[in-house]
Design a protein. Structure first.
Length: 467
């Protein structure tokens, strides 16, 4: 008898079939290579389901005890690193191992559930745990940003728009911008976790079950806040996967922007940051090179995360109710995004933690860059000159200085007064970068005193959330 003519009795669904799938089809449809990472969650869900079946009298006390004991043994094996193989998916593997341990009574465990609600439950459990681990990594990242910001409350550097020198800022202000981005990313993770805290188990294949189950008991056992209200929705939607993928994409874009600045700042042209040898690499041919590979990889890996979101949206866009095997594609994509984002966050945390900021080079970059020209226009406007008139007067002054090869710092009081009468009596340090940053005391501005207030606020927010 050929392989394809052999009975399919070892499958959970084998009774209907007289022959096994072709080996090529088995390889194509098997999900164990990627869903085995949910083994612990599958066993946890099965233990909770078993307890509920026993409480409700669907299983005898003896059978429930035997099944839970067998599941506990499997749980210990998973924690010890047992090799998970030889089944089409993780649910089948767990049931096969259970049968090997306790015999045919293992088959009673699947009463009142389907692989459809089982996989939806496993996935929610797994993603919620991974999201919590990611949040912990982001808290560590924020702590490093706060530490570095605290050391550079008055370190001046150029602020940029369009990658052109715009106005001077302090380094702490710049670093705190990323702190608040990560704070919103953590908010989005928390919001997602709230919506994802709904239990699908008990929806069965799609229509519910005739067994007298207690879904709320299972929800409490597994730490869910509530149960999914509609059985079709419970097993057929993956919006919780899509939403997490979107949250991860936004987060990864934030990480990519920081990575890009690390790449730029570590060049000789900028020279704003010196990377530790622990987080840099060299060239196989050019002995002088010190490359920011970590930042480059974090920037490059963003394409994977964006692509995964696009792939997941595409998988779901045309699926009729209820379950379809297309949804098997969700796990590889969301697992990859989680692995990628968490890895990038941890790597960039180490990059910043070990970095040295070249403060003298930063300050030197603000000299002669005309970045305090706005201060001149603001000075006029604060004295009643219409801002457009002030803007034009300063713009003409800048043009003349550029033509003469001079800088704002070289201006005399007489030259300022000649540019506009309202400049008469202007303070001598009007165009200094220190005066510029001190002047920006508006809430959220770059003045050191305001940055110190913001830093205290950021620390309080970090501590209130809990690392």
């Amino acid at each position: 008898m050929s392989h394809s003519d052999q009975p399919a009795g070892d499958k959970l669904w084998g009774g209907r079939f007289s022959a096994r799938p072709d080996p090529r089809i088995e390889a194509f449809t098997h999900s164990l290579p990627f869903d085995r990472r949910m083994a612990a969650q599958d066993v946890r869900g099965s233990i909770a389901h078993c307890r509920m079946l026993g409480r409700q009298g669907i299983l005898s006390a003896e059978d429930a005890a035997a099944i839970e004991a067998g599941l506990r043994e499997i749980q210990a094996e998973i924690e010890a690193g047992v090799i998970i193989e030889g089944a089409e998916d993780i649910h089948t593997w767990v049931e096969m191992r259970l049968r090997e341990k306790i015999g045919p009574v293992a088959g009673r465990l699947h009463s009142a559930r389907s692989r459809n609600d089982q996989v939806a439950t496993d996935t929610r459990l797994y993603l919620r745990e991974r999201a919590q681990a990611l949040d912990t990594a982001l808290a560590r990242f924020q702590a490093v940003l706060l530490e570095q910001a605290g050391e550079h409350e008055e370190t001046v550097l150029p602020g940029y728009t369009h990658l052109q020198h715009a106005q001077p800022v302090v380094l702490a202000h710049h670093l705190l911008a990323y702190f608040w981005m990560l704070e919103r990313d953590r908010d989005r993770l928390a919001d997602w976790a709230t919506r994802a805290s709904a239990l699908p188990l008990g929806a069965a294949a799609l229509a519910g079950t005739p067994y007298p189950i207690d879904r709320k008991f299972v929800a409490r056992e597994l730490g869910f806040a509530r149960v999914c209200e509609n059985s079709l929705d419970a097993i057929s939607d993956r919006d919780f996967v899509l939403e997490l993928a979107a949250v991860l994409t936004i987060l990864q874009v934030h990480l990519s922007r920081l990575a890009e600045e690390i790449v730029l700042w570590s060049t000789r042209e900028f020279g704003f940051i010196e990377l530790s040898d622990r987080v840099a690499t060299g060239s196989s041919i050019m002995p002088q090179k010190k490359n920011p590979d970590v930042a480059e990889l974090a920037r490059g890996k963003t394409g994977r995360v964006v692509g995964n979101l696009t792939a997941l949206l595409t998988v779901m866009k045309g699926l009729p109710l209820a379950y379809n095997s297309d949804m098997q594609e969700d796990k590889e994509r969301i697992f990859d995004s989680l692995d990628t984002v968490e890895g990038c966050a941890q790597a960039l945390t180490l990059v910043l933690e070990t970095a040295t900021f070249c403060t003298e080079r930063m300050r030197a970059a603000t000299v002669g860059d005309f970045s305090t020209a706005t201060d001149l226009a603001d000075y006029l406007a604060l004295r009643g000159v219409p801002f457009r008139e002030a803007h034009a007067a300063v713009g003409q002054l800048v043009r003349r200085l550029e033509e003469q090869g001079r800088t704002l710092e070289s201006l005399t009081g007489e030259e300022l007064a000649a540019a506009h009468p309202a400049f008469a009596g202007a303070p001598a340090d009007l165009v200094s970068v220190d005066a510029s940053v001190r002047a920006r005391r508006s809430p959220g501005g770059t003045a050191p005193e305001e940055v110190r207030r913001q830093l205290a606020q950021a620390r309080a927010a970090w501590e209130a959330r809990g690392a």
